[in-house]
Design a protein around this ligand. Structure first.
Ligand code: ADP
Ligand code: MG
Length: 712
């Protein structure tokens, strides 16, 4: 057994109790521990003087010389305060610690330390309370970066830093087997695994960290592509469906508009897939919001129904299920087919009835939420499964669906405008049709980037829209709970580790709620304001969304969880707070929520993006362009593929793969190369069963297990 597969208990200093704590983080093996990457780094390398540090008001590093002996003051409650002064050439600082007697011997007068903490100005001198510290000299300098790990109860940063630090010291290129084959590693100049582990956990500079990140990004995309490629191979089983030439004239005569060329091409792809004999269809339809994917899905249904097969259409939310039912039921009824709705909120008796109809073949098309893929739902002659808003489903749900669809046609639709190369990576097991044009006559959503100085005018504009009888979305970026907790514990973290990159802080979830309350109480007391965020129960979310659809809510304050694909044509204004925190693709998606009716619509992005910054360039790009693919490509060049791999709240909500490093790689060609190499490798060894690929198989298994952990 290799070092990596051993359980964590095999490490010095890890007993049963530690092992239990680590298990809570999904860490069982030594490999799990090594792949437990820091979520951020404290940079103690940027040294500020006392005066500079006090000005920033932030936690920072400063180098001071001890100028006095340590004095002890007994406090009530048995605590002891230890105090001494230290200085640099901008002033004197009083440093206090509690109850740490040994510090008297550490801070010897005349010795120099690097302190890391918050510097406060106290009259003419400065003060720091319980800062972190390391001895400092011209010759021996402590590391600049300190890893910040995701934690669990009972486990501190120091604990993890020690366990991982000790492990790293024992690591050699021979003790860990690199899953990336050596020739591929060399071809792309990727660092070898043990060195990369060292650099990702304890980098000594930005360049080293960047190189390690690129390596793990490559590894991640490589393993992902291999895994998906293998899944795809397994899925393409021979097909025993009996589909023949199908006349769709009566179907199209029901449609009140002419299809765009892109739609025609997509329907044609689908028709060919479904009527060929060898393998069932496995196709992704990727098209911008509003590009008209539904009609392509409906055409696929028509083909299946006319050949005597049943269809299942799965959507991520009840609202969307209702919407599709509303649109498709009359259409298929006219053609003589029966459409049923199956959602979680039906009564048990109603569900049983729909399931009976599906099992007996009485229902031709069943539209539903994930209630549709549970084992309780069976079909007498299922020929096609469609998933709408594919990116919102979890891995487990997709797998269940793939199981059901092993020998039948599957069609998935996504509104994430993915450039072709990336679609190929994300959905390596699927053929792709792209709808890259919008139907004619679509109105342009006027888009503006503004700063805080426009607040009063913006509020006036919101009111004006509501007075015209329209509705407004306000989206705030909210952070995850874990980040909030850390902030409360005084750990200030910069997630954006790149120097010179400035983004607005995320708003804590509670702040988004408070913001909605303040808006209600202070700005719009007479209007109906609703709030929607990730921590709400699914049922409550659906209620709020339904109220918005029904027009009972005039202003909807929301985190990014607002329902994808939902059509509220009466909403004419999208306000996005801290817009610089969002990726362009996401901003474009959000903007797609408005401009769906006949009334003129607007998108206002509020941010403090500085003149000449990347953030400003990105927002300006969005003001100019309406084309999702153009925007996605621009974003890809500027940021790397991060936007297409949701992270944070969005990832947890949607259950989407949460890539750790792929998003941070600043080189889009990295993703393409990883996919290319994976494909080539699978051609030479399709199930990776050659002995030299054993470690690769293990790594893929671990990678997908890990991903499930992140998701659940
Ligand atoms: P999405 O791709 O976001 O799912 P939909 O399928 O919901 O988009 O279509 C958005 C709107 O555009 C719908 O109201 C639909 O009826 C309309 N639509 C779709 N295709 C066309 C077309 N070729 N011409 C005119 N309107 C269309
Ligand atoms: Mg849609």
């Amino acid at each position: 057994m290799s070092e990596l597969q051993k359980p964590v208990q095999s490490l010095p200093g890890v007993g049963t109790k530690r092992a239990e704590q680590l298990l809570k983080l999904g860490i069982e093996s030594v490999a799990d521990l090594l792949y437990h990457f820091p979520r951020a780094y404290q940079n103690r390398g940027k040294i500020l003087s006392l005066a500079e540090g006090a000005m920033t008001g932030q936690v920072c590093a400063t180098v001071l010389t001890v100028g006095s002996t340590v004095s002890a003051v007994r406090l009530s409650g048995g605590r002891t305060l230890f105090r001494f002064s230290a200085f640099d050439n901008t002033g004197k600082c009083i440093i206090s610690f509690f109850n740490q007697n040994y510090l008297r011997d550490v801070f010897i007068q005349g010795s120099t330390f690097r302190f890391y903490g918050k510097i406060e100005r106290k009259g003419r001198s400065f003060a720091m309370t319980a800062p972190a510290f390391e001895p400092w000299s011209e010759t021996v300098q402590p590391p600049e970066f300190y890893p910040i790990y995701p934690l669990t109860a009972g486990l501190t940063q120091k604990n993890l830093q020690n366990i991982i630090g000790t492990l790293l010291m024992r690591l050699t290129p021979d003790s860990v087997t690199d899953p990336i084959p050596e020739d591929i590693r060399k071809k792309y100049s990727l660092p070898e695994l043990s060195a990369a582990f060292g650099a990702i956990h304890m980098p000594s500079n930005y360049a080293e960290l960047d190189t390690a990140r690129s390596r793990f990004a490559f590894e991640e995309l490589f393993l992902y592509s291999l895994g998906m490629g293998m899944l795809g191979k397994r899925r393409r089983l021979p097909c025993d469906l009996q589909f023949g030439k199908t006349d769709l004239t009566d179907f199209f005569s029901q449609i009140p508009f002419a299809l765009t060329d892109a739609q025609k091409k997509t329907v044609n792809d689908i028709y060919i897939d479904m009527t060929r004999k060898e393998t069932p269809m496995a196709r992704l339809v990727s098209g911008d919001v509003g590009s008209g994917k539904t009609i392509c899905a409906a055409a696929a249904c028509a083909i299946a129904l006319k050949n005597g097969y049943q269809c299942a259409l799965m959507v991520p939310t009840e609202i969307l299920a209702n919407q599709h039912y509303h649109d498709l039921e009359p259409l298929f009824k006219n053609l003589g087919f029966s459409v049923k709705l199956l959602t979680g909120s039906l009564s048990a008796a109603e569900k049983r009835k729909v399931r009976l109809d599906a099992a007996s073949g009485k229902a031709d098309l069943v539209i539903g939420t994930h209630a549709l893929i549970t084992d309780a739902t069976t079909f007498s002659k299922l020929g096609l499964v469609i998933t709408d808003e594919q990116h919102r489903f979890g891995v487990a749900q997709r797998q269940a669906l793939a199981e059901k669809g092993k020998r039948i046609h599957t069609l998935v639709m996504t509104a994430t405008p993915i450039p072709r190369t990336l679609a190929h990576i994300l959905y390596g097991d699927l053929d792709v049709s792209t709808i890259d044009t919008l139907p004619p006559g679509r109105q342009v959503v006027d888009t503006f980037a503004v700063n805080e100085s426009y607040r009063a005018r913006l509020n006036g504009f919101i009111r004006k829209q509501v007075e015209k009888g329209h509705q407004v979305y306000i989206v705030c970026p909210a952070v995850e709970q874990a980040e909030e907790d850390l902030a409360e514990n005084g750990e200030t973290i910069s997630l954006d580790y790149r120097p010179g990159k400035e983004v607005s802080p995320a708003i804590p979830m509670q702040a988004a709620v408070d913001y909605a309350k303040a808006l209600q109480n202070e700005v719009f007391p007479d209007l109906a304001i609703g709030i929607l965020h990730g921590k709400m129960k699914a049922k409550d979310k659906d209620t709020v969304m339904a109220d918005f659809v029904a027009g009972k809510i005039q202003i909807l304050v929301s985190t990014t969880v607002i329902e994808v694909g939902v059509n509220v044509p009466n909403a004419t204004l999208m306000v996005i707070e801290n817009a610089d925190r969002f990726g362009l693709a996401q901003l474009h998606q959000l903007r797609g929520r408005v401009g769906r009716g006949s009334a003129k619509s607007y998108c206002v992005m509020v941010s403090e993006a500085k003149k000449g910054s990347d953030a400003e360039a990105r927002l300006n790009m969005l003001c100019k362009s309406r084309n999702g693919y153009e925007i996605a490509t621009f974003d890809l060049q500027l940021r790397g593929p991060g936007d297409f791999f949701p992270t944070g709240e969005e990832a947890r909500q949607s259950g989407e793969f949460s890539f750790r490093y792929a998003g941070l790689a600043n080189d889009a060609s990295l993703a393409e190369n990883a996919a290319k190499e994976a494909k080539a490798l699978l051609e030479s060894d399709p199930s990776l069963c050659s002995p030299k690929h054993i470690h690769l198989s293990l790594a893929i298994e671990r990678f997908f297990k890990l991903t499930e952990n992140v998701v659940n």
